[in-house]
Design a protein. Structure first.
Length: 743
């Protein structure tokens, strides 16, 4: 891959480097250390509280202040009253929106639409820039294959290629055409690296990733973000193979700076330098500061460990001045790139609210995944229905639909499903009967069920809004049981017993185990936490004003014990198949040990997920045909074209996400049974056929080999193209020789 891209700065790369050198030559050690110090700034009296340190050049960045007047005053003090006038980085977690909220990142990933994802990041960035923020801690591009982990909500799912493409789109969105534009934010790709593999899906927990898996699965999105110009990276809280990421020289020095030549800035996560002591890596905070600095962490997020110890570490010679200068240069470079030294001011006004609303709705529309639709229960026809029961704790909750990380989200901008359904029904004879039934998704109190059941009996169809409140996912919000919480399953059973069609809309921050409820539903729309305009999008989808087109960016397990279950697994020496598995209920008494298939499956769950990666239904249907490869064999310097015809075989217009998967049959390390390599979202009218073409290069065939170098190996490859990860339209080709080692 190409080396990390350089971000255009106001005065070109050389000019910026010269200005950095000039500044460094004029800074005292204390002022240099000050640049590496990020402090918390949400307190009311923050200007007073931080004033003295700002004037003394002791602060490089403030996190969590979003009042524009306060931010401007902090910047003014830094610029006008400190000796060298170095402006501040103003950091904030602007994850999937600021005031107007787009779907959670996992929902955005279900759109498989990089342009839309980029536009959502742009919208969030523009709104936040109007508050004085110039640095966001996004995108989060941790690969996550464990839905117990609450932070899966912030992730882009289980797949390295989907995450790489969408993560890079987010970087472009936040950073805009130039970082120095006052509406652009510096992005921060996080959490470097391996955080998504926290053991047992418990946040902050240990990760154990072999280097080959780390390189092939977890690092590619970070490289893609670096190549998209991400101005900064954040280290992970967790330890990886015994070394906390915040002191990890393999990650920060060898890979990031060495192999990728990254020239952006690295920030620790919150207090993570101090936590090196809690991890048991270092005995003292002094030693923690030493290890983090030597590994390559440039900025200390709120731990004050650098502030307390770096000057001493320099004075005693344990850290060379050149190391400190490099760290400071990385911080200053980001400030130059942001245009902060060149008169960048807080953007004047928020972007148009109408445009943000329409974008947030578009994203929500494309993020919802139709998981079940028996007998074409959906879409509903508001002109033939007369009464609709609208039940459940999430039908009318303007806050919960926003999801995790919405510090600044404005619930007043929310359109709930009930509000949107009411406005759609306003011009029809349809009447809605809303019963909340459960106070929260976690509630076990069934006293509202009688009323819900009566409303269902009285209706033509039942819409039930279930899921998880926002607080049940996100940082530190992990669950060991990922069924619908509280008495929601009982509620569904009561509704189903009325004999009326039951349509569930689930809003949640993670895949849930839905096996216990699925049989009681006629249709199921999975909406993630869909954001401000989620309700409007859901209503349009339910009434057929829009056609569902979201596809799962992560597998849904049948039961928790299957985790991790993901499509890109290895084959094993004993792969399971329908013929080799047996269910626990079917084992004969006294069966011989070797009669049970002897392959890699669970006796009670088989080996497949409940819903596979890439899956999602539509109100129309698509057929794939005419898969043609440009060649049966290619050399490493050649491109392989793959073309396929996709036809809308149904009655309504729809969009399909066409997915291309590869399998490298043999390798010097074992290879996944399938890997997503390319995808395209295509819109098709009924009866329309479009030819979709993909081009594969050696980059798509390459992987980290046994010796941890990257390249493609000669041999046979399978190609499948279709609408999900079980696509069966197949072709094959060969790579005629090994590639050279790729950078
Ligand atoms: C801790 C989280 O892990 C990180 O993602 C976030 O950006 C920081 N806190 C700052 O809020």
């Amino acid at each position: 891959m190409a080396k990390a891209q350089t971000i255009e700065a106001g005065h070109g790369k050389d000019g910026v480097e010269a200005r950095i050198r000039d500044l460094l030559s004029r800074m005292s050690i204390e002022e240099k250390v000050g640049q590496l110090n990020q402090v918390e700034g949400s307190a009311h009296d923050v200007v007073h509280a931080l004033g003295a340190d700002l004037r003394a050049g002791q602060i490089g960045s403030v996190i969590n202040q979003v009042d524009p007047a306060t931010v401007n005053e902090l910047q003014r003090i830094a610029r006008e009253e400190s000796r060298l006038g170095i402006p501040l980085l103003i950091g904030r977690d602007v994850i999937h929106g600021f005031k107007t909220v787009a779907p959670i990142p996992l929902g955005q990933a279900a759109t498989w639409n990089p342009d839309l994802v980029e536009a959502c990041a742009r919208m969030a960035g523009e709104e936040a820039a109007a508050a004085g923020v110039n640095w966001t801690f996004a995108p989060m591009i941790d690969i996550c294959r464990d839905p117990r982990w609450g932070r899966i909500a912030e992730s882009l799912g289980e797949d390295p290629v989907l995450t790489s493409i969408l993560g890079a789109a987010m970087v472009r969105g936040f950073q805009g055409e130039t970082l120095s534009d006052p509406t652009s934010l510096a992005a921060c790709a996080k959490h470097f690296a391996g955080y998504g593999a926290s053991e047992a899906g418990r946040d902050y927990n240990t990760t154990n990733l072999p280097e080959n898996e780390l390189r092939n699965v977890h690092l590619p999105p970070f490289r893609a973000a670096a190549e998209a110009g991400a101005a900064s990276l954040m280290t992970s809280f967790s330890d990886i193979d015994g070394i906390p990421a915040t002191a990890n020289t393999l990650l920060l020095r060898d890979v990031l700076r060495g192999e990728w030549d990254y020239d952006g800035m690295v920030v620790s996560d919150w207090d993570a330098i101090k936590q090196l002591c809690t991890h048991g890596l270092t005995e003292t905070e002094y030693e923690a500061a030493y290890q983090a600095a030597m590994a390559g962490v440039d900025m200390d997020m709120v731990a004050s460990a650098y502030r307390n110890h770096l000057a001493d570490l320099i004075a005693c010679g344990r850290i060379e001045l050149a190391v400190l200068d490099r760290m400071v240069a990385n911080v200053l470079r980001m400030k130059f790139r942001l245009g902060l030294f060149d008169g960048r001011t807080t953007a004047d006004a928020e972007p148009s609210r109408m445009a943000s609303r329409s974008l947030a709705k578009q994203a929500a529309l494309q993020s919802c995944v139709l998981l079940k639709n028996d007998h074409q229960t959906l879409p509903l026809d508001p002109t033939t229905l007369t009464r609709l029961a609208v039940i459940g704790p999430l039908a009318d909750d303007p806050v919960e639909q926003l999801g995790t990380w919405i510090f600044d989200g404005d619930p007043e901008r929310s359109v709930t499903p009930l509000a949107a359904l009411e406005s759609l029904a306003a011009d029809t004879a349809l009447s809605l009967h809303h019963v909340r039934a459960l106070a929260t998704t976690r509630s076990h109190d069934q006293s509202g069920f009688d009323e819900a059941e009566a409303a269902a009996r009285d209706a033509d169809a039942v819409l039930v809004f279930l899921g998880e409140e926002a607080i049940l996912s996100g940082e530190a919000h992990c669950r060991a049981d990922i069924d619908l919480p509280g008495a929601q399953v009982e509620l569904v059973k009561r509704l189903k017993a009325t004999g009326k069609p039951v349509i569930a809309v689930i809003q949640a921050g993670r895949p849930l185990t839905l096996a216990s409820v699925l049989d009681h539903l006629d249709a199921l729309l999975f909406a993630w936490h869909p954001g401000s305009l989620g309700g409007a999008a859901i209503a349009d989808l339910l009434f057929g004003r829009a056609c569902p087109s979201g596809k799962l960016p992560v597998s849904f397990p049948k039961m928790v014990g299957q985790i991790p279950v993901y499509y890109g697994h290895k084959n094993t020496g004993r792969p399971p198949s329908p013929d080799t598995i047996i269910h626990i209920d079917d084992i004969q008494a006294g069966a011989a040990q070797t009669s049970l298939g002897m392959t890699a499956f669970h006796l009670d769950a088989g080996y497949e997920p409940l819903f596979r990666f890439g899956f999602g239904l539509s109100y129309t249907s698509f057929a794939y045909s005419g898969l043609i490869l440009g060649s049966e064999a290619i050399a490493p310097d050649e491109t392989l074209t793959v073309q396929v015809d996709v036809t809308n075989t149904g009655e309504v217009a729809g969009e399909e996400v066409v997915q291309l998967y590869l399998r490298d049959r043999f390798g010097s390390v074992t290879r996944p049974v399938r890997e997503l390599k390319a995808f395209a979202r295509v819109a098709l009218e009924p009866g329309e056929t479009r030819q979709v073409r993909f081009e594969l290069t050696v980059e798509d065939l390459a992987f980290y080999k046994r010796n941890q170098t990257r390249g493609a190996e000669t041999g046979a490859f399978d190609v499948w193209v279709g609408g999900d990860s079980a696509a069966d339209l197949h072709a094959e080709f060969a790579l005629t020789e090994d590639s050279v080692a790729l950078p």
